[in-house]
Design a protein around this ligand. Structure first.
Ligand SMILES: [Zn+2]
Length: 268
């Protein structure tokens, strides 16, 4: 397995693992990190490839000092993180790094942590990226906006596959209000962590529609040891307009039925 790259905008690279399909058409899930270069520094968004040399690969490609930023702290975004001296992350995902969860071990040793919060900017020299904090996929999920190229790096938050409610819980209406605020940006393309293809800005509206009006079409599925999930698949994986939602259902202790409309699902 090895790392490949392609330029998706000026001085802006998508880094992928060739163990996954390399087509840039909509298709099965893949793993991708992103490298954005300014005149002084570069930024690597996520350690989302299992290949060990991702950070070194990005540094060589950039020819500049590289700042490592995490979209969130899920296990498939932090490969080999313990070998890094420092990393930038939203504070609400630090618990996942330091304490782990039932799905992932704590990172030991944990690199020096620097915090990024909503609406902060990262200056790379002649290029500024803006941070958007959108809790939902995890509590500390962030997206990065590059106004220069109209590119939004969306991690696992604006995506064609949405895993929801594993870490922290944000009711769907709150999540939808959060992603709605991205719509004021003049977005040309959205790049997520698990698709090589770009998503159009309309994908935000599509997600909101499915998580509000269409959420009652979701099937409720019981998974051993994990509990009940809402499962909703819209469209085909080979279509750009596709959503595969898996959301942990949480039922309020005082309710017999799952309350899909409010989006409030609390564990019994
Ligand atoms: Zn994730």
């Amino acid at each position: 397995m090895s790392i490949v790259h392609r330029e998706i905008a000026k001085d802006f690279w998508q880094l992928s693992s060739d163990t996954f399909p390399l087509s840039v058409e909509p298709g099965p899930a893949s793993r991708n990190a992103y490298l954005v270069c300014g005149s002084q520094r570069a930024l690597l968004f996520d350690l989302s490839l299992e290949e060990e040399g991702l950070f070194a690969y990005a540094s060589r490609l950039a020819g500049l000092p590289v700042q490592l930023v995490l979209s969130h702290a899920h296990v498939d975004h932090i490969y080999h993180l313990s070998k890094q001296p420092e990393v930038w992350i939203h504070p609400d995902d630090v618990g996942l790094l330091r304490k782990g969860s039932i799905f992932q071990k704590p990172i030991r040793p944990c690199p020096r942590l620097h915090f990024l919060r909503d609406s902060e900017t990262i200056d790379l020299g002649n290029r500024e990226l803006t941070v958007f904090h959108i809790p939902g996929h995890t509590d500390g999920s962030i997206l990065l906006w590059d106004a220069q190229t109209g590119t939004l790096l969306s991690g696992d938050t604006v995506a064609r596959r949405l895993l929801y409610g594993l870490h922290g819980f944000v009711p769907f209406p709150d999540f939808c209000r959060s992603i709605e605020k991205l719509k004021h940006l003049p977005i040309r393309k959205i790049y997520s962590a698990h698709d090589r293809c770009a998503l159009p800005p309309e994908h935000i509206d599509f997600m909101i529609e499915e998580l509000t009006a269409d959420i009652n079409k979701a099937k409720s599925v019981r998974i051993p040891f994990l509990g009940r999930y809402l499962s909703l698949t819209v469209g085909k994986e080979t279509d750009i307009c596709y959503l595969d939602l898996a959301a942990l259902v949480r039922v309020r202790a005082d309710e017999k039925d799952e309350d899909h409309s409010s989006g409030i699902y609390l564990a019994r």
